[in-house]
Design a binder for this molecule. Structure first.
Ligand code: NAI
Length: 328
């Protein structure tokens, strides 16, 4: 018997990540090859003609799983009865724009979208915020949706996780698929802390295999942290296909489970590892039955604590910068 369709909202549908993302969702890469979907696409009014062009292309793919597409500039329509919402659209940093102004512009978008999710989405909606600053935007949306479980709101650190996986695969000469128990702590920004201390390949410690603290501190972490900037430098545009791929990985694992494997998700802290509650922070998690769970009890050594403090301080600063938008 065919399953009922799941409704998936995607914001920023006319953008470059949208262009890499929508076709893969419609193809079943995110929710499963037996799961029909209805796409509910949101963008700002001037971008709607471009969204309609993308919809024509979606139609021309004749995806068997795609049961309908809604196009709108109204978040209340886009989020109506959605099971998943991928919040990709955000205000990019323009030339001369201060960080404060960026937080402010995005704060305005994510308070409105959080409220619309609160009012219209399914009660167990799975929200992934991709648009930057992703962690703080997710925090704002969550705080604007008091009737939804805070755990409905997550932010994307999976691209950092995947970047770290491929750097370790290259360093060790082992396939990406053999690496387990890697994680990335903190903010989706160059301050994030990719941590391979617990990682294993075929049961062996990656830390022991690499055995090079200098490579960790001075090559690995800066390479992963500055990868986004390196891609802009090379391509003249920010990462799009890899960001879309990471979004697919994140939601797929959340919905379908990880079979005990660790992945990284930005989620509201439950106070673990001294991270203040509700802070959207990258943690190692496992997923089962549509829920994520933080991997607890990991030892945090002095170097790691220092790194975690840096990324947490940055997030707390961002949170302070948007406090007034949340009436705090
Ligand atoms: P883009 O500029 O190509 O597209 C953004 C789209 O969002 C545009 O179509 C724009 O009209 C739309 N938009 C703007 N305001 C909106 C609103 N209020 N409601 C709905 N749509 C709105 O940007 P791209 O490359 O697709 O990136 C999107 C976001 O993802 C950016 O903020 C980028 O920094 C972020 N990003 C995050 C990553 C992560 O790992 N978390 C990785 C890569 C990008």
């Amino acid at each position: 018997m065919t399953k009922p369709a799941m409704r998936v909202a995607v914001t920023g549908a006319a953008g470059q990540i949208g262009y890499s993302l929508l076709f893969r969702i419609a193809n079943g890469d995110m929710l499963g090859k037996d799961q029909p979907v209805i796409l509910q696409l949101l963008d700002i009014t001037p971008a709607l003609p471009a969204v309609k062009g993308v919809v024509m292309e979606l139609e021309d793919c004749a995806f068997p799983l795609l049961q309908g597409v809604v196009v709108t500039d109204d978040p209340n329509v886009a989020f109506k009865d959605v099971d998943c919402a991928l919040l990709v659209g955000a205000r990019p940093r323009s030339k001369g724009m201060e960080r404060k102004d960026l937080l402010e512009a995005n704060g305005a978008i994510f308070t409105v979208q959080g409220k619309a999710l609160n009012d219209h989405a399914k009660r167990d909606v799975k929200v992934l915020v991709v648009g930057n600053p992703a962690n703080t935007n997710a925090y704002i949306a969550q705080q604007s949706a008091p009737d939804l479980d805070p755990n409905c709101f997550t932010s994307m650190l999976r691209l950092d996780h995947n970047r770290a996986l491929s750097q370790i695969a290259a360093k060790t000469g082992k396939p990406v698929s053999s690496i387990e128990k890697l994680c990335v702590w903190g903010n989706h920004s160059p301050t994030m802390y990719a941590d391979y201390r617990f990682a294993t390949i075929d049961g062996k410690s990656v830390k022991d295999m690499i055995n090079d603290h200098d490579w960790n501190a001075n090559t690995f972490l800066p390479t992963v942290g500055k990868r986004g900037a390196a891609i802009i430098e090379a391509r003249g545009l920010s990462s799009a296909a890899s960001a879309a791929n990471a979004a697919i990985d994140h939601v797929r694992d959340w919905v379908l489970g990880t079979n005990g494997k660790w992945v990284t998700m930005g989620i509201p802290s439950d106070g673990s590892y001294g991270i203040p509650e509700k802070t959207q922070f990258g943690f190692p998690v496992t997923c089962a039955n549509g829920k994520f769970e933080i991997v607890k009890g990991l030892e945090i050594d002095a170097f790691s604590q220092e790194r975690i403090n840096v990324t947490l301080d940055e997030l707390m600063g961002e949170r302070e910068g948007v406090k007034h938008l949340l009436g705090k």
